[in-house]
Design a protein around this ligand. Sequence first.
Ligand code: TYM
Length: 409
Amino acid sequence: MTAEEVKIKNLTINDSLEEEDVVTPWSVESTVDTGIDYDKLIKRFGSSKIDEELLQRFEKLTGKKPHHFLRRGIFFSHRDMHTILNLYEQGKPFYLYTGRGPSSESMHLGHLIPFMFCKWLQDVFNVPLIVQLTDDEKSIWKNIKIEDAITLAYKNAKDIIACGFESRNTFVFSNLEHIGSNPAFYQNMIRIQKCVTYNQVKGIFGFGDSDPIAKISFPPTQAAPALSSTFPFIFKDIKAHCLIPCAIDQDPYFRMTRDVAPRIGHPKPALMHSTFFPALQGSKTKMSASDDNTAIFLTDTAKQIKNKINKHAFSGGQATVEEHRKIGGNCDIDISYQWLRFFLEDDERLEELRKGYTSGEILTGELKKELIDVLQKVVATHQENRSKVTDGTLQEYMRPRDLGFISKK
Ligand code: TYM
């Protein structure tokens, strides 16, 4: 193998025809009801497991009990988290970067996961958060008109701000609007583009010869915000470390970024990866914004939430009440239980439900009712918070500005 071929092999995600799970930024599929085998994925992607030792160090340094996403293995994999904790230990700041590809007017519950987690990380570490809205990506992949993609970005930005981020340390931007007015951004995109060959992007992202070049040249646009010099109005000339929380589907972008960053004088970004919030129909796929019945949207009414869950939530229960009482339900495949793992914060109650459902004492309908109550509250609170985000608020978050990072150096 030539050096180039070895490198492509190391970065590639499409080398595994014998593997059954498909995990790319555009598709997540498993053939079994329990969903993706995340341990296998860690090995395939070459990341590290978020283990007990890391969680203990986290708690010891921050004095905060790890978030239930960490305690329950929902954020399960990382790259270089120890480096981030070392920085924190030394009192050195870093920043958070995450994003959203605005393909629909409303985000769904799955999209909330990284933002809820970022909000918690931001509170624990008191660091800036940068949120990229890849309206360009959605315009390219979904063939949405540029103007419409920007409108969707603004609508999604309101949902993101409603997660509770404060404007003093949060910068949200639309690629289609911001990049043209920020030369440092474009310059970093070109620096990254110069480092990645066509063979590499084909290997990493599976692009074909007939794909528009817009797709082929897009990945550096998602990579650039992981380099602090992309935002001189926030970081001046500081080469700050970056931590990216996201679901593991986005990892290919950041494997590429981590390969390039040191070659252009930047630290490799660290990552925390989450599992996927599954579709209503089961864990074989993730929740999708393009299929209304797989997802609960942040705009859904209490009634829609109730109906969707009652009608579509895949059950791990038995065919009859008698059988269920005798054999019990299977929490590993039951969507109501799986969703409660994400949204029911109370560990004791979750454990009660797990035991009760597994033993057959609790029926599917009862589990669904518990989930409906939890989600109706989550969505109603979100809707209330979102209604307070005005166009003026949005402008404040989306204005390039100093976020007080320098003074913390
Ligand atoms: P997008 O819009 O597909 O997803 C936004 C974020 O939500 C995560 N996600 C999920 N997490 C849990 N369960 C799910 N079912 C689920 N579906 C999506 C995604 O991993 C992502 O973190 N190209 C990106 C936008 C982007 C970005 C970034 C994401 C730009 N820069 C930096 C993360 C980090 C996209 O289209 O995400």
